[in-house]
Ligand binder design. Structure first.
Ligand code: ARG
Ligand code: ZN
Ligand code: CA
Length: 262
């Protein structure tokens, strides 16, 4: 894939208007788009923190994001929908934020738009609070996109440390473009892979903000690439995609998500 690709985004804000503390402003939404435009171009200032041994692996993914200017009917839009909802929390299991029938908002056609839902409280199948989730390429169009909880969406407003730099959306859009977790989702066995050749084999997820290096799976001396967006470190501790990940994203854009190339 050659040149810069622009992906139109629609942000579906699904919140309870009776609770003003939940409000996500247009400025907070734009701050999230701005973060994506740094992170997917390696234009983020904190990329300077990549350990010198890995600076040559840093990728400019050549993708930019902009709020849609045309809605599915061809009418002008700001790329933001706002749906008042009294659903106390949404779940990954029900995917209920993605449908007006269940108190959420219906997607716009998933071959033309990246649908991004924002809600106040998001839970997994056993009720634990989560930051966000994504649908990998190849799934049903009616549920395609990413969901981000408002406490880790964009900068300012409802965003809360240590997830207040917009990196949850960077991570989830990585999944939406077919990237796997950097440790290969094998819960510490070293047998799993993210199917990317320039990310070190890594045993398990990394949390918080560790010091370099962190060794596992005989991957010394440099160890785990925990500063990669596809790990679980804090927002301030993740700041790179690799060239191998960028190639995997390109394969997705030339394959299952080819509708965005035209
Ligand atoms: N737990 C989420 C997932 O697996 C996202 C974690 C994002 N991490 C962050 N520092 N924002 O998709
Ligand atoms: Zn993830
Ligand atoms: Ca592993």
């Amino acid at each position: 894939r050659n040149g810069l690709l622009t992906i139109p985004v629609v942000v579906h804000v699904v919140l309870n208007p009776a609770d003003p503390a939940q409000n996500v402003s247009d400025a907070q939404i734009q701050s999230q788009i701005d973060v994506l435009n740094e992170d997917f171009r390696a234009d983020n200032p904190d990329v300077a923190g990549v350990p010198p041994v890995w600076t040559d692996r840093v990728a400019d993914c050549n993708i930019e994001f902009r709020l849609a200017s045309q809605d599915p009917n061809g009418s002008p839009t700001d790329g933001i929908t706002r749906t008042p909802s009294t659903v106390p929390f949404f779940t990954t299991e029900l995917d209920d934020v993605k449908s007006s029938a269940t108190g959420g908002a219906d997607p716009w056609p998933s071959d033309d738009y990246l649908n991004m839902w924002v809600c106040n409280d998001l839970r997994d199948g056993i009720g634990r609070v989560i930051l966000g989730y994504a649908q990998f390429p190849g799934g049903p169009p009616t549920t395609d996109g990413v969901v981000i909880a408002s406490f880790c969406f964009g900068k300012g407003g409802t965003a809360q440390a240590p997830f207040d730099l917009g990196r949850t959306a960077t991570h989830e859009i990585g999944h939406w473009l077919d990237l796997r977790h950097i440790w290969g989702d094998d819960r510490g066995s070293c047998s799993g892979s993210d199917m990317v050749d320039d990310t070190p084999n890594q045993a398990d997820a990394t949390f918080n903000s560790p010091a370099f290096p962190q060794i596992s799976c005989n991957n010394g001396p440099d160890g785990n690439m925990f500063m990669n967006y596809m790990d679980y470190t804090d927002d301030a501790a993740m700041f790179m995609f690799t060239k191998g990940q960028s190639r995997r994203i390109d394969a997705c854009l030339e394959g299952e998500r080819a509708s965005f190339l035209t």
